[in-house]
Design a protein around this ligand. Sequence first.
Ligand code: C2O
Ligand code: CU
Length: 442
Amino acid sequence: GTGPTSAAGPGGHHHGAGTAPVAAPGTTVADPVSVRDLVGDRSRSPDVSYTLTVAQRPDGGYTVNGTSPGPVVEATQGDLVQVVLRNEDVAEGTTLHWHGMDVPNGEDGVAGVTQDAVPAGGEHVYRFVADEPGTYWYHSHQISHEQVVRGLLGAVVVHPAPSAEAPDADGPPTTDVLALLHTYAGVGRTVNGSTGDTPVPLAPGQPARVRLVNTDDGPTQIWVSGAAYRVLAVDGQDLNGPTPVQGRRVTLTAGARVDLEVEVPATGAARVQAPGVSLVLGPAGATAPTTPAPSEALDLLSYGTPADPGFDPARADRRFDYVISRRFGLLDGRPGLWWTINDHLFPDVPMFMVAEGDVVVMTMSNYSGEVHPMHLHGHHALVLSRDGVPSTGSPWWVDSLDVPDGQTYEIAFAADNPGIWMDHCHNLPHAREGLVTHLMYE
Ligand code: C2O
Ligand code: CU
C-alpha cells in the first residue's frame, strides 16, 4: 500500500492481504466479515468496461495503456463499472485505487489491505457502481510514493444521470473540460500530460465545467484570468449555492479535485491557471491574459449556502482525535525522524474502530511543522470547523483535506461502508514515513 513497508511485502502489515484478523488458537471471535465478501456486483454484465494495462518504461516511469496519464474512466451515474487491470511487467506488482470513490471495500485496491498486489503478467477485475457523479482519479496503491509519482494514474469522471427536468433553455449546455495536473521528473508540471498552455476551443459565451485533479504530493493554487468562476464541486461533491468569484485563488489539496464553472468571455479567452500550466478557454487563436496568483484565497469554510448535510453531527456515536506530530524513534525498526499519530509511531498507531451506522466525529490537529493532505478512503467527511470556527457555507464534503501546521479541523462522517479503510497523508512519502492508519469496522 501507501504506507511503510515491511519484509512481508509492500503494505503487508496489520493484516494479511484481504483477510480479517485471526484469533489466537483456542479462542473464538465473532465471525468477522471478510474483505473478500465486500465486493461489487458480479452477477450481471457491466454497463461500462475498461481494460487498463500497466507497464514500466525503461526510464522508470509507468504507463497505462501506453500513456501517462492513462485513459479517462468515464461512466454515468448508476453504471456498473468493470475495470480489468493487467500488469504487463511491473516487477513489484501493482493495484488500482479509486481515489475519492466510495466503492465496496474489496474493490479499494490497497495492496496488503484489500488485495494482494497484482504480479507482472497477472490480472485483477474491479467492479463497482458509480453512484456519485463527480470528478475522481485512479492510481496505484502499491509502493505509491514511487508508482503514483512516476505516472501510474488517470482520471475518473462520473457524469450525472440524465435528469427528467427539461434542459435549461437559457443557453448552451455546459462543456466538460478535464484538467489532470501531474508533475513528472524531468518534465515539470503538466495538465493532461502537456506542459505550458493547453488550448480548449470553445465559442464566446460557452460555459465550461473544468474538472481539476491534483495528483501531486503537495497543494497547488488554481486561479482564473479573464473571467469569473464558481466552485461547483469539491472532491466529487456538489456545493450548495456557489456564487461567482473573481480575483481569488483556490487551494487544491494533494489528491483533491475542484470543479470550476467558467464562462468563455464575449471577446478573447479565459485562462484557468496553476503554477506553470494553463488551459485557455476560447475561440482558436483568441488570447487570454496571464496573471500572477491572487494573494487572496477563497475559503470553502464560508463559501456557498448552508443546507442539510443529511445527518446530525451533534449526535456523534464516536469521537476520535487524530493528532499529527513528529519525533525521533524507530519505525518498523528503522531509526529516524518520523511522523506520529496520537504520539505513536507506525505500526503502533491507533486504529479507529467504528460500527456500521455510527456518526463519527474526528478532530484532526497538526503540530508537526508541515502541512498534511489527509485522505480517508471509502467515505466523504463533512468539515465542521477549523480552529473552532464553525463552517457557515455550503456543506463542504471532502475525501482529501489539507491540515496545515498549527491548525485543527473537526470533521464528521457516517460509517456506512464496512471494511478496513486507509486514513493517511497523501503526501505519499509522508505515508511511507508513518503517517498512515486505518478506519476499521467492528
Ligand atoms: Cu489516493 Cu490511499 O490514496
Ligand atoms: Cu503529510
